[in-house]
Every structure is written in structure tokens, then in C-alpha cells.
Design a protein around this ligand. Sequence first.
Ligand code: AGP
Length: 366
Amino acid sequence: ADYGLDGFADYMRKEIGDQPEAMRRALLGRLDSRFSTAHLGGLRLDPRELRSIRRVKFLGCGSAYYAGQIGANLVEELARLPADAEPASEFRYRDPVVDPETLYVAVSQSGETADTLAAVQELTRKGGRVIGAVNVVGSAIARECGSGVFLHAGPEVSVASTKAVTNMSTCFAMLALLLGRVRDLSVADGRRIVAALDALPRRVEEVFETEEVVADAARRFAGARHMFFVGRVRGWPVAREGAQKLKEISYVHAEAYQAGELKHGPIALIDSGMPSVVIVPDDELLVKNIGTMEQIKARGGPVIAVTNATLPEGLADAELRVPRTEPELDPILFGIPLQLLAYHLATELGRDIDKPRNLAKSVTVE
Ligand code: AGP
């Protein structure tokens, strides 16, 4: 169901702006500062059951899959449990080995995506433990899973998903925190994450204060036919989602690459007409990411850095600034300027933002 545009030109921009509120709804009543953990009652898992989980696998399609990849990184970092993400569209067809000690998380905004629903059905048929991370209450995937975490992003109309994706990774941070706190995540680290999550909606508002800079970069690079999105580890799913957003609404060819893999082939594509958006968090990999930018610059490629670090003077052709949070949560925040970049670039090209060609809001067919 559509709802009002509140003076915005389109739903996508309205929904980008909704994010601080949407995130507050996802966090509401779920953060526990007394015990430095999260409460996710909808999971219906007591501490003993939570401790019996040996592995976590996120399943979803498109942006929901990329959000799952952010979730997998968070679970590995905070709970030290092996975790990964796989496209539900692959999982359903490959006769997967279903492991009883794995917690499967089906990720979907609409709750109606056919491939994700089929993956859930395959799992339940084989006796797998599956929970939903779904936005639409009462949807097919939510019902089929029976338990999980609702995203509380509110209705999302734009085909290009923004606030639902942000709430997915926000909910996964809470899931990772909870899994961590029944294991070895210290009270101090738990407290650090709780405080940072609590402050995150405000940080998103601070990203909006930089919108003119992002719009300016979008105008400068709107002539490019191809773009790289480059990141490593925490930055890799962020790069994938950034590229996806740009492709969907601008029809510019965007390719996401792991920073360390560039030199193994795709760097051959770099020239002055091929800008790279590089994800550069101020974390233990900063020096590596600066090296990546230098490699791109040395081959004449323009660099758009998305960063909360202080970069060497003149290295980036454009700098999209991101406020600081705890490093584990950087992927949630770094997604916001990339949404704005795709949005402004597509606007510059005169695209129909809310109705991109060839796409539907939810893919209920195979
Ligand atoms: C997101 O911008 C895309 N339109 C698309 O990748 C989407 O995330 C995917 O189709 C999954 O949809 P769902 O979350 O409703 O299952």
C-alpha cells in the first residue's frame, strides 16, 4: 500500500530520509544496557538453545543477501561463530546439506520473495532451524518461519530498498550481540556495541548533513558508463550493495570487487573513464585501503572515497564523509552515502527513480 510522499519528489528519497526513525523502531525495547545485550523475544530461543548454535547462515536475494553478508560478518566478529550468507536463489536448487546445529536466517523485506520462501520450505522440510528477518508482518516467509525478528522499517514503496536494508543489518547487529553475550563477548564490548547502536540513528542524521557533497560528486561522475565499487572485509558487502543500488536506478554498469582481488585481473579496466568508489573505514585495514586507492590513482582512475578516516592530501578525487561509530557497525552507516550517491546520480541522468525498468518491488516468480 502506498503512503504519502510528505513533499519528497519520490519514495526512494523519502525512505532514505525515514531511516533514523525506522532504525529507532527496530532498536526500540531491544537494547539492554543493564546486561549489555539485546532482547529479541521473537526468536523464541532461550540462552541454552542460543548456546547450542554452532554456525549461522543468512539466506536472501539481492540486497537482502548483501545485508545477510553484513550480518554474517557481525556474527563472526561479535559471537566468534562461523557464519556466511548465500543467495536463497542458489540454496534452494543445490540440494543443500542441512545442519541441525546451524541457525538459518531468512532475510526479506517483503516476505514474499519466491526464492527465499522456497529456501525456507526446503529447510523446514529437512528439519533445519530457520528464523525470519522480515519487514512485512503476516507475509508468507514470516508465517513459514514462525519465529524471528521483525525489521519494523515501516512500509517501503520504492523498488530500490533503503530503510529495510539498513534495518536488516541493524537487527543483525543485535542478533550478533545476543549470540556473543551468551558466549565470550565481554560486558565491556557488549556495552560498547549497545551504546553505539543506541546512538546510530543520530549518526544517520549526520550523514544527511553531507548530502550536498554527495550530490556534487554524483553530478561530477554522472558521465561515467562504468564504475567500480571496492571494499574489503567489512567494506565488501557495503560495496556490493552500493553497486546494486546504482545499477538498479541509474542503469550505469557498476561492478563490486574485493579490494585485494582488483590486482588479479579487473585492474586492467581502470582508466580515466572508470571511477572507483572505495569503502575506507578507519579500522585496522586503513593502510591496505589507502594502498588500493594509490593503485587505482596510479592507473589514472578517479577515486571517490567513502570514509571516516583522515586520508592523505589529494588522494581521493571526492570524499564522502561518514561519522564515527564502533568499527563493527561501520557497514551499517557506510551504506547511507552510497544510497544518496545512487539516488543523485540517477536523478542527474533523469531516471524514473521509483519505477526502474525491468524491476518489480517483490519478485514472487522464479
Ligand atoms: C533491492 O534494492 C532490490 N530491489 C532487490 O534486490 C531486493 O532486495 C530483493 O529482490 C529481495 O527482496 P525482499 O527483501 O523483499 O525479499
